[in-house]
Design a protein around this ligand. Structure first.
Ligand SMILES: [Fe+2]
Length: 135
């Protein structure tokens, strides 16, 4: 019984560590993102032929960040959302797209510089893609 309690405590601590990202980055880099949940240029998993159309492309101009996903937009298949997330998990900006949008481009004006930022792009068919950058 004691071993079971310790197992549950350990599991809870591990789970909390992954979910709670306010102060400690959950992942050291995009290389440690879990397979099959988050896709990156270096770890496209089952979508290896889909990288070019799904990886967020980041353009930086001072503190202005532009994210583009070179993906078509149609009612059945489109980019749903972009976000910019800080290294400690704070969502700094987000934009929702609709199938009627011409393209998946979003612009964010950040208030300060960051050494670790993540750009996300979510496709309704090909899941969540992430690219790391800094400003
Ligand atoms: Fe897609």
């Amino acid at each position: 019984m004691k071993n079971r309690r310790n197992f549950l405590k350990t599991s809870l601590v591990i789970s909390t560590g992954i979910v709670t990202t306010n102060t400690i980055p959950a992942f050291a880099s995009t290389k440690s993102f879990p397979n099959g949940i988050i896709y990156t240029k270096d770890n496209p998993g089952k979508w290896e032929k889909k990288v070019a159309g799904h990886i967020p492309i980041i353009t930086i101009d001072g503190k202005q960040v532009t994210i583009e996903t070179k993906h078509g937009m149609s009612e059945k298949h489109y980019i749903v959302k972009h976000t910019v997330v800080s290294g400690n998990g704070e969502v700094l900006g987000e934009k929702i797209f609709y199938p009627t949008d011409k393209n998946a481009v979003s612009v964010f004006k950040l208030e300060e510089k960051h050494t670790v930022l993540y750009a996300t792009s979510f496709c309704n068919k090909h899941d969540l893609w992430v690219a790391e950058f800094s400003i």
